[in-house]
Design a protein around this ligand. Sequence first.
Ligand code: FE2
Ligand code: FE2
Length: 212
Amino acid sequence: MLHQIVRQPLLHARFINALARMEYTGVRKMLKARSSQSLDVDGLQHALEEASHAYRLKKFALQIAAEAASEVQTFAARHCLGGDAGESYLQTVDHACEAELADLTDDGRTDLNYLLSSALIEIRADAFYPLYESALREAESPISIRGILKDEERHLAEMDQRLHAHIANADQRIERVLALEEGAFSNWLAAFDADMHAWLASHRAEELASSN
Ligand SMILES: [Fe+2]
Ligand SMILES: [Fe+2]
């Protein structure tokens, strides 16, 4: 699927815009969840780096869309491959983490939720972004997400280390929510796939109409 997306600039631009939206939604959730009382310099850096991922991906989407930049102007569903499905993915991960931590006392639970949900998303990013990067290199694309991937690897190491320092049975908890995250990610991929096929079908119909 990634190889097919990367070969079609308009489809690809909408795909990158969907990733940019995810990074942006991640930052928004992070800022909302983290209180000034517990935010340290690493937390601030994490939010800034995720915001820079959103910005860099947005710029890539505009670069790939070229003269069709209006196709990826906003993060509205019509400008993103898979529509709103990315946001549903984040909601599902969030709720799964909340449920997993429900047995803990209120004290610091919001911060633990941030660590757990971030760890899950970073695990996914560290699995998915390398596949996307190799599809980019194979297609000799002018863009690269290697820099973003490096940040995500560092984030995962940090989340993992902090989770283990602050929570009992961290590995078991991660395993349990990962099983739910996998289902949510498959749904997101299915939305990409359905949107891509709809786009290819309408594109072919337009080509046929213009050749007649
Ligand atoms: Fe990111
Ligand atoms: Fe990250």
